[in-house]
Design a protein around this ligand. Structure first.
Ligand SMILES: C[C@@](CO)(OP(=O)(O)O)[C@H](O)COP(=O)(O)OP(=O)(O)OC[C@H]1O[C@@H](n2ccc(N)nc2=O)[C@H](O)[C@@H]1O
Ligand SMILES: Nc1ncnc2c1ncn2[C@@H]1O[C@H](COP(=O)(O)OP(=O)(O)O)[C@@H](O)[C@H]1O
Length: 285
């Protein structure tokens, strides 16, 4: 056994504070403009070195084969990209709902890339790690770079920004939303005129919206119920393609009060918005 201590690193959630769909590419993927921000809530990945070349991940994720797990896929891609032959024991404490629009899988992958880069002493730059991550998902690079960002393209062209950092109550309405199904929906708005980042920021939170919301509301009534319930109490939006929705609150006590009166059928948590990823804060400690 190696003497190096395990690395314990956060894999935070993200919110899409706004999301516009501005077009559709020839390959079917959609052009987006979105503002990503992190939450101080997420999964935790523990990475321990091994003396052999095995990669192990515990526990198994329900409904996700190991070969598809973004953490193991990230580890294998990193080894392919660098020729590294080392192994690791990985353990995931999963707190984020899967397929909830909180980017949990992408964040897990980014934490694996950054953690293994350190554990294996590879010395890759964040730029190089983000490039490895982009092949796994469009949301991986923002988690690797670790700063709130204005994103364009399919979400990979990033400009760092500092947004307001209120409290959020994030609600999972208990349904799974299929990202491909939302993007294939005939009624999805795909022609929002592109805007500049400056204009999006000047418009402020009151002007921010998610172009997926109408489609998701129509197809998933429970998401519509959660949005309606939250909107009666605070400004509320969908994140990504859902299913999670979030309300914006000034104070932690407001978030606690909202959680206390929420219908028990929904899972919910409070978290603070952060412009610097908790992963990068942890790496500096
Ligand atoms: C739209 C976002 C915003 O954050 O939604 P969430 O996943 O967070 O909800 C993400 O960029 C999603 O990224 P990700 O979750 O990696 O999507 P993928 O698995 O790559 O895509 C699933 C499918 O959705 C469609 N898709 C995805 C992203 C995109 N910009 N255009 C698309 O048309 C494609 O059909 C693709 O095959
Ligand atoms: N480590 C992982 N954590 C979560 N989901 C994963 C992971 N590996 C693969 N997946 C797959 O990726 C899908 C999207 O997961 P996730 O990133 O949590 O949602 P979203 O993209 O909606 O924010 C899941 O439904 C699951 O099938």
């Amino acid at each position: 056994m190696s003497d190096l201590p395990p690395l314990v690193l956060p894999a935070p959630a993200k919110l899409n504070r706004m999301l516009h769909i501005t077009g559709r590419r020839a390959d079917g993927y959609h052009e987006l403009q979105t503002l990503f921000q992190f939450l101080d809530h997420g999964d935790t990945l523990t990475l321990a070195p091994r003396d052999d070349a095995e990669l192990s991940l515990t526990p198994a994720l329900e409904g996700v084969a190991d070969a598809d797990n973004l953490i193991l896929r990230a580890a294998r891609r990193l080894r392919e990209a660098t020729g590294c032959r080392r192994g690791a024991d990985l353990h995931l404490l999963k707190r984020l709902p899967m397929g909830g629009g909180l980017g949990g899988g992408s964040s897990d992958a980014a934490t694996a890339l950054i953690g293994l880069n350190r554990l294996w002493g590879l010395g890759l730059s964040l730029e190089a790690l983000a490039a490895v991550g982009l092949a796994l998902g469009a949301d991986v690079p923002v988690f690797v770079h670790g700063h709130a960002a204005w994103a364009e393209g399919v979400g990979e062209r990033l400009t760092p920004v500092d947004l307001d950092t209120p409290w959020f109550v994030v609600v999972h309405p208990g349904v799974a939303v299929s990202t491909p199904a939302v993007f294939q929906a005939p009624q999805l708005t795909r022609d929002t005129a592109p805007i500049t980042m400056a204009r999006a920021l000047q418009g402020g939170t009151a002007s921010w919206r998610n172009d997926c919301e109408a489609t998701v509301r129509e197809r998933y009534p429970e998401v519509a119920s959660a949005l309606d319930w939250l909107s009666d109490r605070a400004p509320a939006m969908l994140t990504g393609t859902g299913a999670c929705v979030f309300a914006r609150l000034e104070h932690e006590t407001d978030a606690e009060a909202l959680l206390a009166e929420m219908p028990k059928r929904w899972q919910a948590f409070k978290a603070r918005g952060c412009n610097r990823s908790p992963l990068h804060d942890a790496l500096d400690r």
